[in-house]
Design a binder for this molecule. Structure first.
Ligand SMILES: *Cc1c(COP(=O)(O)O)cnc(C)c1O
Length: 364
């Protein structure tokens, strides 16, 4: 593979960005993924030219041929990361190079071209720098959504030979309605998320498409999220639809299911393992069955459980529902280990807690 060649970014700022007073009212209660900033980045790829035509430009609808391969065979991958305002001023990203590398792993699995890590990071930096004033006041952030899809008009089944890489940004507040209260999760008994040899370890739209019916079932039962079991034995807890899972036991130890090709290697998961171990806590990456989860919750051996991911950071799991009943974890409202790890992670992201690992990357 040829060495990375710097790709020039053409900057074409929006000629009519949202005015300050209108922006202020949009940012009052942004929710999640509904409010988008003025700009986007696009970069094209073709077999002949490689990566070309990098642009920072006004966000607008894309023009797509109806035969574009992504619309038929779902050759699409994405990432999710946040830009935060530091307490001391300035704006930072959290471990963005991990997102760049995972994006490459996703591209490899779906037979797509690899976007060089420096280009991925530059695209993010460009967008954050121009739209940083969209970060809501208080504890809001800019949720960045880099993605890439097959744009070639072709209905044959093979990897496409044209792609578009795009980054958009959304001003966000809390992920779950009701802020940081414990969530209720639904155990999916009919559907699985990922099978061995499949795409569970990468971020592709197809994984989410396949999980939506289970998510709808969860909502129907009054739950916020779905817990998926492994596809082979329907026994081992894997993760939620878009978040990894941790368990906290009475002896203070933690357990999270091991990465093995069917679980998404979350950057939040990895960060929390590091932080917990540094506090002297034991963290096991081991399989945990649903029956064991239920019996440990009932006996009191299990004290806390939480879900984690970039969008919602850390969310205590208070209750688990299945077709044949439900059980609570601890008092149903989270617990001290969940709270402490969450505070520490947010503290590092905001520049309030020492960043011993070089995770925070200032962009402004
Ligand atoms: C993105 C994602 C996560 C969380 O990953 P982070 O890097 O922590 O944001 C967990 N599970 C799935 C299925 C995901 O798509």
């Amino acid at each position: 593979m040829s060495a990375h060649r710097h790709l020039p970014f053409a900057r074409r700022p929006h000629h009519a960005p949202v005015a300050p007073d209108a922006l202020a009212s949009m940012l009052e209660s942004p929710g999640f993924g509904r409010i988008f900033t003025d700009h986007m980045v696009t970069i094209s790829w073709s077999e002949r030219q490689g990566w070309y035509d990098a642009q920072l430009r006004a966000r607008e609808p894309l023009t797509l041929d109806p035969a574009a391969a992504v619309l038929h065979y779902a050759q699409e991958i994405f990432e999710g990361l946040k830009a935060y305002r530091l307490t001391s001023g300035g704006v930072a990203l959290f471990r963005p190079e991990q997102n760049a590398r995972r994006f490459q792993a996703s591209a490899t699995r779906l037979a797509m071209p690899l976007l060089p890590e420096p280009t991925f990071l530059e695209a993010i930096d460009e967008l954050v720098q121009i739209d940083a004033h969209w970060i809501p006041p208080g504890d809001g952030s800019l949720y960045l959504r880099p993605f890439m899809f097959a744009s070639e008009p072709f209905l044959g089944v093979r990897p496409a030979n044209e792609y578009l890489f795009v980054v958009i940004a959304s001003a966000v507040g809390a992920y779950f309605k009701g802020g940081s209260k414990a969530v209720r999760v639904w155990l999916s008994q009919d559907y699985t998320r990922a099978a061995p040899g499949g795409t569970g370890a990468i971020k592709c739209g197809g994984n989410y498409a396949a999980s939506l019916v289970a998510q709808a079932e969860a909502s129907k039962h009054g739950c916020d999220q779905v817990v998926f079991l492994d596809a082979v034995e329907h026994r081992w807890v894997e993760e939620l639809g878009g978040m990894n899972i941790f368990f906290v036991f009475e002896d203070g130890s933690l357990l999270t299911p091991p990465l093995g090709g069917t679980i998404l290697p979350g950057i939040t998961r990895d960060s929390l393992i590091t932080l917990a171990r540094r506090e002297g806590l034991t963290v096991r990456e081991e399989r945990y069955s649903f029956e064991q989860w239920r019996s440990d919750a009932k006996s009191g051996k299990l004290r806390e459980a939480f879900a984690c991911g970039t969008a919602a950071v850390v969310s205590a799991i208070g209750e688990v529902k299945t077709t044949d009943g439900h059980f609570t974890i601890g008092d149903g409202h989270g617990g001290p280990v969940t709270d402490r790890l969450k505070s520490k992670l947010i503290g590092i992201q905001r520049g309030e807690v020492a960043d011993q690992d070089g995770w925070v990357r200032k962009v402004l």
